[in-house]
Design a protein around this ligand. Structure first.
Ligand code: GDP
Length: 485
């Protein structure tokens, strides 16, 4: 363990510029100190203040985490039916509940962790059977898993009485003159951050609401969204966020690399595939094709768009109409380009592989096309399926360049972990059955928040946040969405 503490350049890299604590057993989680060998160097330096905040968070999590006397006290208080008074509250928690696919979950979990950092809460994750062991523990000497006997983890929705917005409506919480909340509070609050028609509920990202939310020692949160972006709209959090992230467009990149470490089963898939198919190539291009049933783009149209994108941007070479190499015999210096196709569907791989298998390329490069799996449909309920999905997110993140499908949180996670600006396939214009521009390069590596919060509770700011916040942009693929830049 201690050899990683030596400050040689290699050691610094293994710990991702100080993001990772050196205090873990390496064998229990092989990916933790190994993933850095596969990623390209990060374009964003890690701020010393972020490192300091992470170490402070870890110490607090050890103090308050499951198995500690403080945790037992806090659960006893929770069961007593009312929130503890400020003075008695030693530890505060945010319980993260899963919804949707892996990409959505990773976005909402990073957001929840950032919220915990800003509000001195401890994150506890409800690990359901389909994701058991998918990720390693991220904090040394403690656990982020919600103990199984925790009473409040099922059945929450926008309609729940415990939801903050409903508490406001029915008067169980209210603002008082000093911006706080009068009277005794219920034992916990449910924070519903699931998008409704591409918006988050009103009263979820306003200063006065966060002052009230802050008084609950227990929060249960469910979200499908990258609401980290919305935390930047809150003046109270800005100074801390500025110090932690001098480059705003690096939030998921750093926190995702910090929090997520594939467990040994998923990592085994990554290593086998990488070493077997990708490691030997001169260059690696990732191609992620996500076709969702609600907007099922026909194969021929999508395939044509992918070809247009890759040829226009020099990502793949043209093929010649023959299988004979143009410039004579293949020399040992011939470049090999590996293309990693990641998709639930197999037809994109089949066709692309067929093309480059049969024909020579105009540049003389060899293009080798691979696809790790093709499960056909999403099966979030199946553990092995989720392990393949996670493995493929990481494999994509190890590529030198990636082409991804717009709207896909799966794709967002891969390019944000990599620190790569993708070539993002433009959503289809259904009227024309064509995308005018095949693909566009987003301005940052950050994921998009598809569902911005309504800000009407701060009337003077209920304008387009992009016009007021210098480091926000609308997303290239989701027009009303917001992303950090
Ligand atoms: P999104 O729906 O594209 O925003 O991404 P999510 O990750 O939230 O949900 C999609 C889920 O479908 C993933 O988590 C996987 O379970 C599955 N899936 C989608 N695309 C792929 C793929 O290319 N490979 C694998 N193995 N699974 C995928």
């Amino acid at each position: 363990l201690h050899r990683f503490k030596v400050s040689s350049p290699a050691a610094a890299d293994r710990l991702l510029g100080g993001l990772l604590s050196p205090e873990f057993d390496q064998a229990a989680c092989l990916s933790r100190y190994e993933a850095s060998r596969r990623w390209k160097a990060s374009p964003f330096p890690v701020s010393p203040y972020l490192v300091e905040r992470l170490r402070r968070y870890e110490a607090n999590h050890r103090r308050c985490g499951p198995g500690t006397a403080r945790y037992r006290d806090a659960v006893a208080q929770l069961r007593s039916g009312r929130n503890a008074d400020d003075d008695h509250a030693k530890c505060r928690y945010v319980v993260w509940l899963p919804i949707q696919g892996l990409g959505n979950r990773m976005l909402s979990l990073v957001s929840t962790f950032l919220y915990a950092l800003l509000t001195d809460r401890v994150v506890l994750v409800h690990e359901t059977p389909e994701v058991e062991g998918l990720f390693c523990e991220p904090f040394p000497g403690t656990s982020w898993l919600l103990p199984p006997d925790f009473p409040y983890k099922d059945g929450f929705s926008a309609g729940s009485n415990e939801s903050y917005v409903n508490m406001l409506k029915n008067g169980s919480v209210r603002y008082d003159d000093d911006g706080g909340c009068g009277g005794a509070l219920p034992p916990y609050v449910y924070f519903h951050l699931e998008q409704i028609h591409l918006r988050l509920q009103n009263h979820t990202f306003c200063e006065e609401d966060h002052q009230v939310l802050d008084r609950f020692n227990w929060m249960v949160l469910r979200s499908d969204s990258y609401f980290a972006v919305a935390l930047f709209l809150m003046p109270a959090y800005r100074a801390e966020l500025d110090r932690m992230f001098p480059a705003k467009g690096s939030v998921f990149h750093h926190l995702g690399r910090y929090l997520f470490h594939p467990g040994n089963r998923a990592w085994g898939i990554v290593e086998k595939f990488y070493d077997g198919y990708l490691a030997g190539a001169d260059e690696r291009l990732g191609l992620q094709v996500r076709i969702v049933p609600q907007m099922a783009v026909p194969f021929e149209i999508m395939y044509e768009q992918i070809l247009r994108c890759t040829l226009e941007h020099g990502l793949l070479p043209q093929v010649t109409s023959t299988s004979e190499p143009g410039g004579g015999a293949r020399s040992p210096s011939t470049k090999v380009k590996a293309v990693l196709v990641v998709s639930l569907k197999r037809e994109y791989y089949d066709k692309l592989h067929g093309v480059y298998y049969t024909n020579a390329t105009a540049t003389g490069e060899v293009v080798a096309v691979y696809q790790p799996s093709h499960d056909e449909d999403q099966h979030t309920e199946a553990r092995a399926h989720n392990e393949r999905a996670l493995a493929e997110i990481y494999l994509l993140s190890f590529c030198d360049a990636v082409v991804t499908t717009g709207w896909s949180t799966f794709g967002y996670v891969a390019h944000a972990l990599a620190g790569l600006r993708p070539w993002q396939l433009t959503p289809l214009d259904w009227g024309k059955m064509r995308a005018d521009v095949a693909c566009a390069r987003p301005a940052s590596v950050e994921p998009c928040l598809h569902s911005p919060p309504s800000l009407v509770c701060r009337a003077r700011q209920d304008l387009d946040p992009v016009a007021h916040v210098p480091f926000l942009r609308h997303c290239e693929d989701v027009r009303a969405g917001l992303k950090l830049f």
